[in-house]
Write a protein of this length. Structure first.
Length: 260
């Protein structure tokens, strides 16, 4: 049985699925294709989980690169960002180009039956392609590595060793730059703390100087008042002082005669 026969059988049907949980879901239609028609292992989980949950003996993952055009039968996997919840899966019909492609799916829009729909590549993570002959070359083995695929998905780069290593090198350089900036920030914070302590100490010294100045000002005011009082007393003494007349000759004779 080929994909065209599968399409003719299920196109327009409602609630396609092979478990109580996936009936009517996008994963239900695709799991029927996987299990009943391809005779491959059932894939568990939400749609966005399929890039990690598929059996690598059954499928190889093809990352959505700028030159990726889905082949007929490819299982297209959308990320959680597609609908903000569970992602989406569908089966490519082989119709498409670098801008759009056609998929057979259900439940998009929500609750819809199995039907054909044209899509753009936004939020498409990649496709699961039925495994055929496996090359022994290092690049193919690396491209089929789940860890490598996960890195490609995270970096949003093509499944190319050199490209991925270049991107990782950029991330390492960015991390080193951030560590350097963190050190500079710590040093700046240390200097700011020291300056704040210096400011606090100077404020204490200024407070002490202001208090001493207030005391000196009070002492000056008191000294001025005391000085004014002394001047007034001296003035009064000058006014009260009556010097004795100087007597000579017959005046001295009479004074002595009368008062002595």
């Amino acid at each position: 049985m080929n994909f065209q026969q599968f399409l003719e059988k299920y196109n327009g049907r409602n609630n396609v699925g092979n478990t109580p949980d996936n009936i009517g879901q996008c994963t239900g239609l695709v799991n029927v294709w996987i299990v009943d028609w391809l005779k491959k292992s059932f894939i568990w989980g939400h749609a966005f989980d399929w890039v990690n949950n598929y059996n690598p003996n059954d499928f190889e993952f093809i990352l959505n690169t700028p030159d990726y055009i889905p082949q007929v039968g490819d299982i297209i996997v959308w990320s959680k960002a597609y609908n903000g919840k569970y992602g989406h899966v569908g089966i490519a019909t082989g119709t498409g180009d670098l801008d759009t492609f056609e998929a057979f799916e259900q439940n998009d829009p929500l609750g819809s039956n199995s039907h054909l729909k044209m899509y753009k590549y936004a939020n498409v993570v990649g496709g699961l392609r039925t495994r055929g002959n496996v090359s022994d070359s290092q690049s193919i083995i690396l491209a089929q590595s789940d860890a490598f695929i996960a890195i490609c998905v995270k970096l949003q780069t093509p499944a190319n060793r050199e490209v991925v290593l270049a991107e990782l090198d950029k991330l390492i350089q960015m991390q080193d730059a951030l560590v350097h900036k963190d050190k500079q920030l710590l040093e700046a914070e240390k200097k700011a703390t020291e300056l704040q302590k210096t400011i606090t100490d100077k404020e204490g010294e200024l407070t002490t100087l202001q208090e001493n100045l207030r005391i000196l000002r009070d002492q000056v005011v008191q000294a001025v008042a005391d000085n004014k009082l002394a001047i007034a007393e001296i003035k009064q003494l000058k006014e009260d002082y009556q010097p004795k007349p100087v007597l000579t000759g017959w005046r001295l004779f009479l004074y002595n005669l009368i008062f002595k």
